[in-house]
Design a protein around this ligand. Structure first.
Ligand SMILES: NC(=O)c1ccc[n+]([C@@H]2O[C@H](COP(=O)([O-])OP(=O)(O)OC[C@H]3O[C@@H](n4cnc5c(N)ncnc54)[C@H](O)[C@@H]3O)[C@@H](O)[C@H]2O)c1
Length: 369
């Protein structure tokens, strides 16, 4: 079996490729990536050392995808993954990569009669709908009332059938459009596919930056940096996300790919769930403990266009259908991230701090998946 992992030098793609290869030496795995994400270049040696082939290519190019050769399973992890993409200028890159790129990937899968697992996002859900949830401040976080529920949500979090009408950012729209195309490829060409709508995922080798990967951004700035900022929703850091350990996601994907016929056509909300949710203010405390120091955190009450105050995945559906549920606790995840940052400090510190030099004002942060 040959697996093509597009975006294979990124956080999710490289972790998936390496873990699958470690667990199943018989698999031939090819990571395909244009190395656009800063820090993805670090994955190339890791992948090759781990027995994964690397092809430098771009999903916007059908020729590049053809050069990657035939495959039996596509793990589509390539993306411009920032919810802020396009707000400050042209949306061309996010559309061409996340939508046209998916079309090219689906076409390649059709030609090779391959199966597909698409990594979509909780950002398919509309911004205004998520902002309208009846959140209440509880300690250092926002929470949903314990017994309240509404269409597609409850105290467990956001379920797959949360209403989809409304705008959602160019990132979210390109992902939702990709999901629709997957459905058409299934119907027209009998392509087998699974869609995982993921919330925040984190763990070692995530190149956390201001607009994506906030857990690693928070940890790295506590360890190496100068300052951070609570941005949006009053600037108190009360906004909440659930966080899924990358190893838990890998375990789900392994389960799905080994029984693809059974899960064909599924669309799952996948995340850490309420037990693994954290606010920025709470995360600061957890990072302080692990870094052994605190850093100044300023407050900017202005909310960026695509930010939402709360997202927690309701995993009930994926758990009932697959038996999977997250196992790694948030504390374990942070311990893993801090260990990785310390072990690779020489390489990671310049990468993680270049955006927050001491002479610049603190960077705003978006708690975007
Ligand atoms: N990490 C999260 O919290 C999260 C949450 C929800 C969904 N997702 C989805 O999971 C997938 C993987 O995300 P990630 O966190 O690994 O992001 P990432 O940025 O670490 O990885 C994406 C990779 O795609 C590559 N890439 C970008 N444009 C490309 C192009 N045109 N051609 C080929 N490669 C290209 C980048 O260089 C990068 O290595 C994405 O589809 C993302 O939308 C991630």
């Amino acid at each position: 079996m040959r697996i093509l992992v597009t975006g294979g030098a990124g956080f999710v793609g490289s972790n998936l490729a390496l873990k699958l290869k470690r667990e199943r030496a018989d698999l031939a795995i090819c990571a395909f990536d244009n190395l656009r994400r800063r820090g993805s270049e670090l994955a190339v040696t890791r992948l090759r050392d781990g027995g994964v082939d690397f092809v430098h290519g771009d999903v916007r190019s059908t020729d590049d995808l053809a050069d990657a050769g035939a495959f039996d399973l596509l793990l589509e992890c390539s993306a411009e993954p920032s919810v802020n993409a396009g707000y400050d200028g042209s949306p061309a890159y996010v559309i061409q990569t996340n939508l046209l790129g998916t079309v090219h990937c689906l076409e390649a899968a059709r030609r090779h009669h391959a199966d597909v697992i698409l990594f979509s996002t909780s950002r398919v859900y509309p911004i205004e709908r998520l902002r309208a949830l009846p959140l209440e401040p509880r300690g250092r976080r926002l929470e949903l009332p314990d017994h309240a529920e509404g269409p597609g949500w409850s105290a467990r979090g956001i379920a797959r059938d949360f209403p989809l009408a409304g705008h959602r950012s160019m990132y979210g729209a390109t992902k939702l459009a990709s999901e629709l195309l997957v459905e058409e490829y299934r119907a027209m060409y009998s392509l087998r596919a699974i869609i995982n709508r993921c919330g925040v995922i984190s763990g070692p080798w995530q190149m956390g930056k201001v607009d994506q990967g906030f857990v690693v951004l928070w940890a790295s700035q506590h360890l190496f940096g100068e300052s951070l900022s609570y941005t949006g929703f009053g600037g108190k850091g009360l906004q909440v996300r659930d966080v899924l350990h990358i190893d838990d996601l890998c375990n789900l994907v392994r389960r799905q790919m080994e029984d693809l016929g059974r899960y064909d056509g599924a669309v799952y909300n996948v995340g850490g769930g309420r037990e693994r949710s954290v606010s920025l203010a709470e995360l600061s405390g957890l990072c302080c403990e692990r870094a052994g120091r605190s850093i100044p955190i300023s407050c900017d009450p202005r909310t960026t266009a695509a930010d939402v105050p709360y997202y927690v995945a309701d995993n009930s559906h994926v758990t009932s259908e697959t038996g999977w549920s997250p196992r790694r606790e948030l504390g374990d995840l942070l311990d893993d991230v801090f260990r990785w940052l310390r072990d690779h400090r020489g390489t990671l510190e310049p990468l993680m701090t270049a955006r927050t030099p001491a002479h610049l004002p603190p960077t705003p942060v978006t708690t975007a998946p």
